[in-house]
Ligand binder design. Structure first.
Ligand code: NAI
Length: 342
């Protein structure tokens, strides 16, 4: 069955790495009709709008998008397109897997997934300065909002994700010892939901600071981590670092109706236009997209081909210690895929 998906090539290295991914998906036999749309700087240059209505319409129609990194133009009137997409489509779950594949990593057995709440917490953007005396900015405050609704849906998502992906344990990461109300509510909801999954998924709890330490000492102990927005943001970059850097880490933004898949990294302006970027993160994001639509077998074989290529380390890009360009690396992954199916 033909899959219809929106493709946003994005800015900087975006067009190179998304085209490499489209080529890989075609070689894997995925029947996808791409609706190519603009966002970010490319859209500003073309239609003077970083998030054109046509792009939103397309995603609303296809309900699926694969997205390259976007440069958010600096200046008044331009909001972050990534944040705007999350808000527009209520993409409440940010799902970031981290797995050790490259040879020579300090931690060879990491295989975990961070499920980050993507819409609430400290990132709701309610902030203000407090004037004291003549000082307009004598203090500043930022509001963290956790709702039962928001906590329930992300925690439930994490447990369902664990069940659907054969994962055994969910760790609820929090700071309820200090933030007794907001983090306390998150933890309480988590404990309630954990009882519904008892016997099917094990649940434990960790305070975020202890979790950070354990992730840098014994990361192989973690399976699925579910946490609030800010903690998830920080911990997921930490786990990217554990497995070889941003060039390898994909992220899915999942809502009730729409899902957008992307690399975690940005537009890499320092190497843009040179054809040397590592497309792995977008390729793995495309695998998350295939999983999402139920094409798990194809996703698994593409992942194996990527892992075989990275492990062999013969034709990999500069950021992971090789000399291949984007296109040569993509050829190598396609070659590995053909071997799997030979
Ligand atoms: P960045 O992730 O673009 O780059 C950081 C470093 O990692 C650079 O040295 C870059 O060359 C390298 N790198 C990143 N991805 C790579 C890849 N696939 N292959 C090889 N090397 C890679 O972060 P930076 O420089 O802070 O941000 C640049 C722009 O990207 C900014 O405009 C920022 O707003 C935007 N951005 C967009 C994101 C998105 O659309 N999801 C996420 C993060 C940043």
């Amino acid at each position: 069955m033909t899959l219809h998906a929106t493709l946003i090539p994005g800015d900087g290295i975006g067009p190179d790495i998304t085209e490499a991914t489209v080529r890989l998906l075609a070689a894997a036999g995925a029947d996808i009709t791409w609706d190519r749309q603009l966002a970010g700087m490319a859209a500003v240059n073309a239609v003077n709008d970083p998030m054109p209505a046509a792009t939103i319409e397309s995603i609303r129609r296809t309900k699926l998008a694969l997205k390259g990194p976007l440069e958010t133009p600096v200046g008044e009137g331009f909001r972050s397109v990534n944040v705007a997409l999350r808000k527009t489509f209520d993409l409440y779950a940010n799902v970031r897997p981290a797995k050790s594949v490259l040879p020579g990593l300090r931690f060879p057995d990491v295989d975990l997934v961070i499920v980050r709440e993507n819409t609430e917490g400290l990132y709701i953007g309610v902030e203000n300065y407090v004037k004291i005396g003549n000082d307009e900015r004598a203090a500043a405050q930022s509001l963290a909002v956790i709702t039962r609704f928001g906590a329930d849906r992300i925690l439930r998502y994490a447990f369902e994700f664990a069940l659907a992906n054969g994962r055994k344990r969910v760790t609820i990461v929090h700071k309820a010892n200090i933030l007794k109300f907001s983090q306390g509510l998150f933890l309480d909801v988590g404990r309630e939901i954990a009882t519904e999954y008892a016997g099917r998924v094990t649940c434990d709890e960790k305070i975020v600071d202890a979790c950070a330490m354990e992730l840098t000492m014994r990361p192989e102990r973690f399976d699925v981590i579910v946490t609030t927005n800010l903690f998830g943001d920080i911990l997921s970059d930490l786990t990217s670092g554990l497995v070889g850097g941003l060039g390898l880490t994909p992220g899915a933004n999942i809502g009730k109706d729409v899902a957008i898949f992307e690399a975690v990294h940005g537009t890499a302006p320092d190497i843009a236009g040179k054809g040397i970027a590592n497309p792995t993160a977008v390729m793995l994001a495309a695998c998350q997209m295939l999983d999402h639509v139920g094409d798990k077998t194809r996703a698994a074989s593409i992942r194996t081909a990527i892992e075989d290529t990275l492990r062999a380390k013969k034709s990999v890009t500069g950021d992971v210690g090789g000399t291949a360009n984007t296109s040569q690396y993509t050829d190598a992954v396609i070659g590995a895929l053909k071997k799997i199916h030979a």
